[in-house]
Design a protein around this ligand. Structure first.
Ligand code: ADP
Ligand code: ASP
Ligand code: MG
Length: 412
């Protein structure tokens, strides 16, 4: 019998009624003749609550214990869904990450899946069971402790399991009916895409579209898992297929810009009056790298007096305080006058493989943003995307402006 992975996110399992609705989706596929592995997230808001409790318990906590706490949300939903499926006459049982087992590396709170032996799931299917698996969690290979895969990690659990059991498809059910040209909650004119290429989806996910965790897209690409994003709010008896994540070659209609993503999790650091001499960039970015702070956009002004210059960069908002401390510690060696920071900024990115063959795509955006009076604090470009750093207050206006500029309001 063919196998199928169905993943349901937090909103889809937010209460018992919704879990019952999920069970109807599962029953449909079982009735259609699939062996089904269901991957569930915690009820929406639950993981945030658990994370907040860890922080409240102690500001600097052990990440292995954090994992023990935050993995619990998924344990509840997998058990509840199995109970509901049983009550509908289906054979089902819950599986925690350590029981499958989903084996990970030792990087607590941001663990990566190393291996998923399929023997237990094979046996479960052979026994005619639906396997209801807790997403987001696994067990570390060396120490046998509970590990979690980073926020949004249930997507990755689902795709990795689909690869391990050679599933025909991995369906990621969420609260929107597919991948859109941009976040439909921010830009009402966003259009659903029937298909999106791996590369573009990777960029969108890593630049802030949280509809899929980045690592899940990587795994889907590497293992050739046919992955769809679709809605759990569709009628379980008459669902739509959603968006397929696939090879670029499968997409007939190509736009220059396919999608717009934004990330609020950014902070800006500006270092004023740095000596303009060789070795300064190394003196600044070396210690930041050693402290594991991911620096993204970097802007260095041309010195006007030949002696000093300004350097601006961005880093994750969560690392801002650490970045400030690292730089203040290095102040003596670097030699600068002042440090300024801002966290009310957003990185807005336009993504499209068509940019490879079209010039001036970004320039059009700079003009359009200027026409709206939106100031650009920093810019980065690469082969298939460009990003601008702007004031957070302008996020919606900028996203809507660029969405219509690139013809996405009327995309197919
Ligand atoms: P789940 O709990 O099911 O994993 P998430 O909240 O993680 O769901 O992801 C779904 C959300 O992603 C949507 O509600 C939507 O607001 C947001 N999103 C951001 N960018 C996009 C996009 N390009 N297409 C669709 N949804 C997007
Ligand atoms: N519950 C986890 C989170 O909120 C994992 C997930 O939902 O994918 O991040
Ligand atoms: Mg998610």
């Amino acid at each position: 019998m063919p196998r199928l992975v169905m993943k349901f996110g937090g909103t889809s399992v937010a209460n018992i009624d919704r879990i019952k609705n999920v069970a109807r989706h599962v029953k449909r596929e079982v009735d259609a003749g699939y062996h089904v592995a269901v991957v569930v997230s915690a009820m929406s808001g639950k993981t945030n609550e658990l994370v907040a409790w860890c922080k409240e318990a102690a500001p600097f906590y052990d990440h292995a214990e954090y994992d023990a706490v935050v993995a619990s949300g998924e344990q509840v939903t997998s058990g509840l869904l199995a109970i509901v499926l049983n009550s509908m006459g289906l054979k089902a049982r819950s599986w925690q990450g350590w029981q499958v087992p989903i084996i990970t590396d030792e990087a607590h709170s941001v663990a990566r899946i190393a291996d998923i032996p399929s023997a237990n799931l094979d046996a479960s299917f052979a026994a005619g069971e639906v396997a209801v698996i807790s997403g987001f969690q696994g067990v570390t290979r060396d120490t046998g402790r509970i590990a979690t895969l980073g926020r949004g990690g249930s997507d990755t659990s689902a795709v990795a399991i689909a690869a391990a059991i050679h599933a025909e498809r991995c369906d990621i059910y969420t609260d929107v009916d597919g991948v859109y040209t941009t976040d439909p909650r921010v830009v009402p004119k966003a259009k659903r895409l029937d298909k999106v290429g791996f590369e573009e989806m990777l960029e969108m996910a890593s630049l802030g579209s949280k509809v899929l965790q980045v690592r899940s897209v990587e795994l889907s690409m590497i293992h050739g898992v046919r992955t769809y994003v679709r809605s759990s709010f569709d009628d379980p008896d008459n669902p739509q297929l959603g968006t397929l994540i696939c090879d670029e070659e499968e997409i007939v209609e190509k736009q220059v810009v396919t999608g717009i993503a934004f990330s609020k999790d950014e902070a800006q650091v500006s270092i004023r009056a740095v000596a303009d001499k060789p070795g300064v960039a190394a003196a600044i970015f070396g210690p930041l790298a050693e402290a594991n702070i991911n620096v993204d956009m970097i802007v260095q002004n041309v010195s006007s007096d030949g002696a000093t210059t300004d350097i601006t960069f961005t880093c994750p908002g969560a690392d801002l305080e650490r970045a400030r401390r690292v730089l203040m510690d290095a102040k003596h060696t670097v030699g600068f006058k002042a440090l300024e920071t801002a966290s009310d900024v957003v990185k807005l990115s336009c993504i499209g493989v068509g940019m490879r063959s079209h010039a001036g795509v970004a320039a059009k955006a700079f003009q359009a943003l200027a026409d709206k009076g939106i100031n650009i604090r920093a810019i980065t470009t690469s082969e298939i995307k460009f990003s601008v750093l702007i004031d957070a207050a302008y996020t919606e206006l900028a996203a809507r402006t660029l969405h219509s500029l690139y013809g996405l309001d009327k995309a197919a």
